[in-house]
Design a protein around this ligand. Structure first.
Ligand SMILES: Cc1ncc(COP(=O)(O)O)c(C=O)c1O
Length: 366
């Protein structure tokens, strides 16, 4: 008997590994998935509960009202917006629509784990361009482009490193790409940034035929569980995504919650300010442990990558174990060439204090 065989390019995929969740006894401080520690806008939660009443009906298949709300807030054409089951769905579908067997999909080494999976899922070959001190390097990206390159993913800021490149660099990357290569600007953390030099991708996606940008409600909007994201880009790219997305890909509660979340920009502003404050506090505390070989990588997002000494008593692996013993969950990513680092999400003021103390204790007990 012969069993069904999955396609070889599917067999080659290493499944996405999510950040750990709690489960043990006692308090868990979850700083492993870059979620919003301040929760969700009460307006969004109320809208979500109210929408549960209509659960016998399919959701609006085209997320009309949500697209209108996104378009109004960002000054966009609603017909050039498409919503997804998280931005993850849209990132996956972009590879599916624009790359296939024999093609290459380019991304930055130590970039977002979903990109190589998306490329392989489409049967294409993922190609990682070397980074420069944990930051996207436009020169190595452009040098990695071949006639087979069909798509380039750039997370800006990048996950898991938190580093950002400015508008001039993103424009330089675009200018160096052939016109038939799609540039995907993944701006999952855009709302955390208050910097005039930052390019969130919207202006470029409006201007260029080969640029699309993706956004999410999972981060600053505190709706990770609802799974809602969106993309904005040229009509042709949006049409491609609409052809292959799930027909009812964003459920009614998620649509309602996202619409209400957009209307509560006070919540968003508070989260941005709080994140900047706690991120600076965490960064400074790590900096102060520099004589022990710890180093914070400057972050523009809601997490900080912390480098540990590669050997000895103070490795990232040991720190990860030490934190776990205290109920603190951070992210150790040896599979992403980051065995010597931990990614720590920015928590509440209280949680940031706890993780700073744990870092100091870890260094002190060694
Ligand atoms: C860079 C980046 N892009 C996209 C996502 C996916 O977000 P979602 O699918 O929840 O919208 C994440 C989540 O961690 C991310 O870090």
């Amino acid at each position: 008997m012969t069993a069904p065989r999955m396609k070889p390019w599917i067999e080659a995929i290493h499944a996405y590994v999510p950040g750990r969740s709690g489960g043990g006894a006692g308090r868990t401080v979850k700083l492993s998935s870059n979620e919003n520690p301040l929760g969700t806008s009460p307006a969004a939660l109320a809208a979500m509960r109210a929408a549960a009443d209509g659960s016998n009906r399919y959701p609006d298949a085209a997320s009309h009202e949500l697209r209108d709300a996104i378009a109004a807030l960002h000054g966009l054409e609603a017909d050039r917006v498409v919503c997804g089951t998280g931005s993850d769905e849209l990132l996956q579908l972009l590879a599916q629509a624009y790359a296939g067997p024999g093609d290459e999909v380019l991304y930055v080494h130590r970039g977002f784990m979903v990109y190589p999976i998306a490329a392989q899922r489409a049967g294409a070959t993922p190609v990682a361009a070397p980074d420069r001190d944990y930051t996207a390097n436009v020169d190595t990206l452009l040098a990695s482009v071949t006639p087979r390159t069909r798509l380039v993913y750039l997370a800006n800021p990048n996950n898991p490193t938190g580093t950002m490149i400015d508008r001039e660099e993103v424009e330089r990357l675009h200018a160096g790409l052939p016109d038939d290569v799609l540039l995907v600007l993944d701006s999952a953390y855009a709302e955390y940034i208050d910097d005039a030099a930052y390019e969130d991708g919207i202006a470029m996606a409006r201007k260029y035929e080969n640029v699309v940008t993706t956004r999410t409600f999972s981060k600053i909007y505190g709706l990770a569980a609802a799974r809602v994201g969106w993309a904005y880009g040229p009509a042709e790219v949006i049409a491609a995504l609409n052809r292959i997305r799930g027909p009812f890909n964003v459920n009614s509660q998620a649509q309602a919650a996202a619409i209400a979340a957009l209307s509560d920009q006070e919540f968003v502003d508070r989260c941005r300010r709080d994140n900047a404050e706690q991120r600076a506090r965490l960064t400074d505390a790590v900096q102060a442990l520099g004589n022990h070989g710890l180093r914070p990588i400057p972050s523009a997002a809601n997490f900080v990558l912390v480098e540990f000494p590669p050997e000895g008593a103070l490795t990232a692996e040991r720190a990860n174990e030490f934190f776990t013993g205290q109920g603190i969950l951070t992210r150790w990513l040896p599979s992403q060439d980051l065995a010597h680092a931990l990614r720590i999400s920015v928590g509440t003021e209280d949680e940031t204090g706890i993780v700073i103390h744990a870092l100091q204790d870890f260094v002190g007990q060694a």
